[in-house]
Design a protein around this ligand. Structure first.
Ligand code: BGC
Length: 391
């Protein structure tokens, strides 16, 4: 294992200590405490195995000043571990996944990954853009899901450490070649994961292309705020959304935006996920539970509050803000006990929940949805922030 230490930060801490010895005024004291906090930010990098093609994979361990830890690996840009405190300060790993690379390669339902080039479904795996029909890899019934057979969750990203004033991170880059999984254009994608001293996991997405293409990048973490002790049905969820996009049996949006009011899709007030998941409501049957996109109120223009999850036994809270217009809430309905994950835990039905900030599914075929088309000369830029606390 080797450790990357920022010289800048070490020097800042030394300067602050020297300053404090000369002067006891409060501004020096404030500077010193913040510089000392920075001194505890850490990035460690270690090898994490190799793919069957012999590509080396690395694991970054990010640690913030409060002791929160995020492990991110270069295969799939996957968050492997996320340790946050409960209301008693006890740390717990709140994301599902595996202990080793080979298990991720063998069989993963997108645990902790970045999905792309298009997160979520594209109906029948095709779309027409500027008069040309493109056919994508079909990997979910007759539809295209999460970028296809070998999406961004199954490639090795190049990496570099990132130091910011109050955060540590890793910048991951991937060139998706023209024609990959059927998509047009060479797409240069960059994802920066930052663990901030404000106890946030901040994800900054960027991309450019040399041909017009749909792009919809998102993070596919499976959260369980109990630290993986039981299913997520008692987690209490609030979504800042008055509407959702109803789907057909294949989970492709019909194109309508329907009000959530009076339905089990209404999370405008905090509600336990399990409270209405079994209700006799056609949309829930199609998804086997919640597996839908919500239309965020005033979403897609600037950073807005999207979701809040509270777990009553540990007190953990996760708040999500995003620049995206939608959020897919998936209640882990396809987990069925056949996967044994980290530490030998069996991931039973609904053992994790995903809250994937995104553009709406099937947007390339839905002219009334916000556009997902990126053109040459444009910059794709979105940001999502997950903030962790306990009460
Ligand atoms: C989708 C689910 C899908 C899951 C894959 C989610 O984003 O909405 O339908 O099964 O990803 O694990």
């Amino acid at each position: 294992m080797y450790r990357i230490k920022s010289q800048r930060i070490v020097l800042a801490a030394v300067a602050a200590v020297a300053g404090a010895m000369l002067c006891s005024c409060s501004s020096v004291y404030n500077r010193m405490t913040s510089d000392q906090a920075k001194g505890r930010l850490e990035i460690n990098v270690k090898p994490f195995g190799e793919t069957s093609e012999g590509q080396q994979v690395r694991l970054y361990t990010l640690r913030n000043a409060n002791g929160l830890i995020a492990d991110v690996m270069t295969y799939g840009a996957i968050v492997v571990t996320l340790k946050t405190p409960d209301r008693n300060g006890k740390m717990g790993d709140i994301v599902l996944g595996y202990d080793n690379l080979q298990d991720y390669i063998r069989n993963s339902p997108y645990f902790g990954a970045i999905v792309g080039r298009y997160g979520n479904r594209i109906g029948q795996g095709k779309f027409t853009l500027d008069g040309v029909e493109y056919k994508l890899a079909v990997n979910n019934g007759e539809n295209h899901l999460h970028g296809g057979i070998k999406g961004f969750d199954k490639v090795v990203w190049s990496d570099e450490p990132v130091w910011r004033a109050d955060a540590v991170g890793v910048k991951l880059s991937y060139l998706s070649k023209d024609g990959e999984e059927g998509y047009p254009g060479n797409l240069n994608a960059t994802v920066i994961y930052l663990l901030t001293n404000n106890n946030e996991l901040r994800i900054e997405y960027e991309a450019t292309t040399d041909k017009a293409t749909p792009v919809n990048l998102t993070h596919h973490g499976y959260f369980n705020l109990t630290g993986g002790q039981r299913d997520i049905l008692d987690h209490v969820l609030a979504l800042n959304a008055d509407k959702f996009t109803p789907v057909d049996k294949g989970l492709i949006p019909t194109g309508e935006l329907l009000p959530v009011a009076g339905t089990p899709m209404d999370f405008t007030r905090s509600t336990a996920i399990g409270a209405r998941i079994g209700n006799d409501f056609e949309q829930l049957k199609f998804g086997g539970g919640y597996d839908h996109n919500w239309v965020l109120n005033k979403g897609g223009r600037s950073m807005i509050a999207a979701a809040r999850v509270y777990e009553p036994t540990t007190g953990r809270v996760m708040e999500i803000r995003t620049t995206e217009p939608g959020i897919q809430f998936y209640s882990g309905n396809f987990l069925d006990g056949t996967i044994t994950g980290k530490g030998g835990t069996v991931y039973k039905h609904r053992w994790g929940l995903c809250l994937e900030t995104q553009h709406y599914p099937d947007s390339p075929n839905k002219p009334n949805f916000p556009s997902t088309i990126l053109r040459p000369g444009q910059n794709y830029e979105t940001t999502t922030i997950y903030r962790f606390s306990a009460k």
